[in-house]
Design a protein around this ligand. Structure first.
Ligand code: GLN
Length: 468
């Protein structure tokens, strides 16, 4: 019997290498787990029945283009769309023998923090199905924590890997901007979008990152990144850990989250790190408002391609071409993409561009500088990932601003192009609390080292209590 709830990707690889289990047997074990638990959790939008491969299975967020496998980005406008090529990250996974289990649920076009904006219905949190798994990559995170995939790929524009990993109690990396190709990914906000791994532990996360990272001639924003070192040390000697006060003492942070994070910071000291305070005052005040100008502005441009002409939904109710465009977009997009297209188009329009998009880009530079100054004194920064634990389904859907506030602590470092790792650091009211480790550009190895050492010391059980 393969216990998919506990099996890590590294563990799966050992089983395969020692021929204790075959690729098809392993794949079948996950299909069985999906059959058992996915009707309740709804992590998958599409399950690949007959993969027949030999390698480790993997789940992919449904914004990642897969040749021959439907890719909807959680939107009605892409219902039935089957890409004719693989995203570069998918091609790299296949080169490593990884086999696609299926496509995981996401907020429509990755816009959201709960998966409730998916046109195909929300996913549920394996720790408590009455609560959200976070978003937008909630399907990937929930699948990994419920044993429906050993690991997964997500995408993160303002927190969509880090925040669901926090809410579901697993490990997620948003890599440095430019280290992983976006070729073949459904674009949301191109100056922010990143692809990254979701896993059960830091070593798996590092391993998957090593598979997908690297320059890609098809994505000119990519660069070569330092070789990945799988972490093994369990001390933090010589590491300087910065605690940004504004992001750790923000009033939105729940007491249970604050306590778990404080305990993790104390552990850093016990493990030999030097811990000190620092300040990111503008990041916390202006990060969120600037993001919600820049991301919608870029989305309004990226989503212009969904016009009913090239692919995806085309309205059958139209007399002429203009009506076809209008009806296609009206019928195909849900409320959140529409809201963002409106906000973004307004922010980019003549006469407003400088005041909104231009201004937000300048503030973004200030946020990046503020982080760079902190990294003159510290090797990495720690904060909570999400101000709250998983919230109730429906709890924030009526109030877009409350939903946007879920990203308060993940957005600033995304705006600065920096890597961020979420690791679980304890429970609050029986629900996982996520710790966010932020590094300077290309410092993924440092994040893995610190994340791994903390993970060993914390000893968090990643299997949801109700499934043990
Ligand atoms: N929740 C944020 C948003 O709605 C971030 C989403 C993401 O990272 N894709 O934009």
């Amino acid at each position: 019997m393969i216990d998919t709830l506990r099996l890590t990707a590294e563990g799966a690889k050992e089983l395969l290498d020692r021929r204790e289990v075959s690729g098809p047997e392993l794949f079948a074990a996950y299909l069985e787990a999906i059959g058992e638990r996915d009707p309740e959790l709804h992590c998958y939008l599409h399950v690949c029945e007959d993969s027949g491969g030999d390698g480790i299975p993997i789940a992919l967020k449904d914004v990642i283009g897969t040749r021959g496998i439907p890719t909807t980005a959680g939107s009605k406008i892409l219902r039935g769309y089957v890409p004719v090529y693989d995203a570069t990250v998918v091609a790299r996974c296949k080169e490593h023998g990884l086999r696609v289990l299926g496509k995981t649920n996401t907020d429509e076009f990755a816009m959201g923090s709960s998966t409730e904006n998916s046109a195909y219905g929300p996913s549920r949190n394996p720790w408590d199905p009455a609560r959200v798994p976070g978003g937008s990559g909630g399907g990937s995170a929930a699948a990994v924590s419920a044993g429906l995939a050993p690991w997964a790929l997500g995408s993160d524009t303002g927190g969509s890997i880090k925040q669901p990993s926090a809410l579901c109690g697993n490990v997620g990396l948003r890599p440095t901007y430019g280290t992983v190709s976006r070729y073949g990914i459904v674009a949301f906000a191109s100056s922010l979008d990143q692809v990254g791994p979701v896993a059960k532990n830091v070593r798996d996360c590092a391993y998957l990152y090593s598979i997908i990272a690297g320059r890609d001639p098809c994505d000119t924003t990519t660069v070569e990144s330092p070789p990945v070192e799988l972490p093994h040390r369990d001390d933090l000697k010589g590491v300087r850990v910065g605690v940004p006060v504004e992001l750790n003492e923000h009033e939105a942070i729940e007491p249970g989250v604050r306590h778990a994070v404080e305990r993790a910071i104390a552990l850093c000291r016990d493990l030999g790190a030097e811990v000190g305070e620092c300040s990111l005052p503008r990041s916390v005040d202006f990060g969120l408002p600037c993001y919600y100008l820049i991301a919608p502005a870029e989305a309004s441009s990226n989503l212009a391609r969904y016009d009913g002409v090239r692919y995806g939904h085309r309205s059958p109710h139209a007399e002429d071409r203009l009506a076809m465009y209008e009806n296609t977009r009206d019928e195909g997009f849900g409320d959140e993409p529409k809201r963002r297209i409106l906000v973004g188009t307004y922010a980019l329009s003549a006469g407003y561009y400088d005041a909104y998009y231009g201004q937000a880009q300048k503030v973004r530079t200030v946020i990046a500088r503020e982080h760079a100054e902190a990294f003159e004194r510290f090797d990495l920064l720690v904060t909570p990932t999400s101000p709250s634990v998983a919230f109730a389904l429906g709890g924030r859907t009526a109030d877009p601003l409350a939903m946007y506030a879920s990203d308060l602590l993940t957005i600033p470092s995304c705006m600065a192009g920096l890597p961020g790792l979420n690791i679980p650091c304890g429970l609050s009211d029986g629900l996982p609390v996520g710790l966010q480790l932020i590094g300077p550009q290309f410092a993924e190895n440092m994040l893995f080292r610190v994340g791994h050492a903390l993970e060993q010391a914390i000893g968090f059980d990643v299997v949801p209590e109700r499934l043990r």
